[in-house]
Design a protein around this ligand. Sequence first.
Ligand SMILES: [Zn+2]
Length: 269
Amino acid sequence: MAIFLFEQGSAPLLVSIPHSGTELPSDLSSRLTNTARTLPDTDWFVDRLYAFAETMGCSVIKANYSRYVVDLNRPPDGAPLYPGRSETELCPTTDFSNAPLYRNATALSQEEVGARIDRYWRPYHEAIEAELERLLEQHGVACLWDAHSIPSAVPRFFDGVLPELNLGTADGTSCAPWMRNAAWSIIRDSRYSSVLDGRFKGGYITRRYGDPQRNVHAAQLEIAQRAYMREGDCESDVPEFDDRKATELQALLQKILKSMLDGASARRR
Ligand SMILES: [Zn+2]
């Protein structure tokens, strides 16, 4: 199994989908608990949700392996993204409900973490970097949209219920105001509940690659899963895509990506 799928497009926008992968290497799978093997913390169906992006000419990169192998949206040194908040590690050992992922809860060795970085983390990031450079060279501008989803309620990370659409721009530092405004104005004016740079301000990918000075602009959209799927009442429920909800949300996502492409084409250098 390839580490990731990559489709190169013709437009100056790369969509990154780091957490919808469901593959596990067999030597890892056998060490996980039965619950962990159902991959409850997956960004379910985010690749399916953004399937339209390729038809718009966007480039798309999507990780095939589960975030339980290595979290592509964390820095390789494991530094916290949100200091003071509970968060899962670069190579997680607990799930979002704080349950252990491994049958034998011993810490992962530095060797194992390092090997996962080399095999799974680095190639994904090298591909993002190369594609953004290519877009910049070809178009004079490059945009990155980091696509995520999460259960609507995760007490470990936030109180209550998350707004449906959580746009993150690292407090306005990962992209120019035009892109932030383009995305946010559409989200804010939609029927969905939303927040800009709230609990989720953009993870490592957004912060690492967004460089507005160079005309490289990045943003993250964290979508509460009730906006496009049936959220289970108990952990054993099988995740289910909701076509009706998804179709409505896809129309909005399409509008957002389109407005970023329009903005980018006006800002070629
Ligand atoms: Zn995610």
